[in-house]
Design a protein around this ligand. Structure first.
Ligand SMILES: [Zn+2]
Length: 200
């Protein structure tokens, strides 16, 4: 199971905090609710594309001694199953859907530039997810009038802050900002979670 590393800072600070397993060690198991701290259980690596970074980051894993399942602490600036950071995805969505740029233009000028198919993929998923995002984020902030769900969802994300919104969606309602990939249960869990799953 993935939960969020309760830390919003730079990539550098994230790497420094990872060195200490006690820093954010979960005090109880989110899967079986055992009331004892989890045991550090190594790391897995995943790729990350951020505005000025393209490489590998480590994600810390913990093990519950009661149910023998692992929990990984995903940093808040990434979305499960996606290589690019939340910031990179947000910039593309805003440029295309609020700024009115073409996907090709938004993808070419985005930091970092990317193949337009990747932007197209995010746009498609965001459009499909917009109504659900509006419903969930209405719990956080009053939606402003908007012509459609896509604009309303973007306005809500901008006013809440993308990371704060992602934290709420993922931690509280197990909702993925761009929708869980097909094949996962509605809340993004599956019975045997492959802890080293490569992000798409
Ligand atoms: Zn457990």
């Amino acid at each position: 199971m993935q939960i969020l590393h309760p830390f919003a800072g730079s990539l550098q600070q994230y790497a420094e905090h990872l060195a200490d397993p006690d820093y954010y060690r979960p005090g109880h198991c989110p899967q079986c609710q055992a009331k004892h701290p989890l045991t550090a259980h190594g790391f897995y690596t995943r790729t990350l594309i951020d505005t000025a970074f393209d490489g590998i980051i480590r994600v810390r894993r913990y093990l519950c001694q009661a149910c023998r399942r692992t929990v990984s602490l995903l940093p808040e600036f990434v979305l499960p199953y996606l290589r690019s950071s939340l910031t990179v995805i947000a910039l593309l969505l805003i440029a295309r859907l609020l700024g009115g740029q073409t996907i090709e233009g938004a993808a070419r000028t985005a930091p970092p530039p990317m193949p337009y198919q990747r932007g197209q993929f995010w746009i498609r998923r965001f459009r499909a997810q917009a109504a659900a995002l509006c419903a969930a984020l209405a719990a956080l902030t009053q939606p402003a009038p908007a012509p459609d769900f896509v604009h309303r969802a973007l306005t809500l994300l901008e006013s809440t802050g993308w990371i704060a919104a992602h934290r709420f969606l993922f931690d509280r309602v197990r909702c993925h900002l761009l929708g869980w990939p097909r094949g996962l249960a509605p809340d993004g869990r599956r019975a045997a979670f492959p802890t080293a799953a490569a992000p798409a």
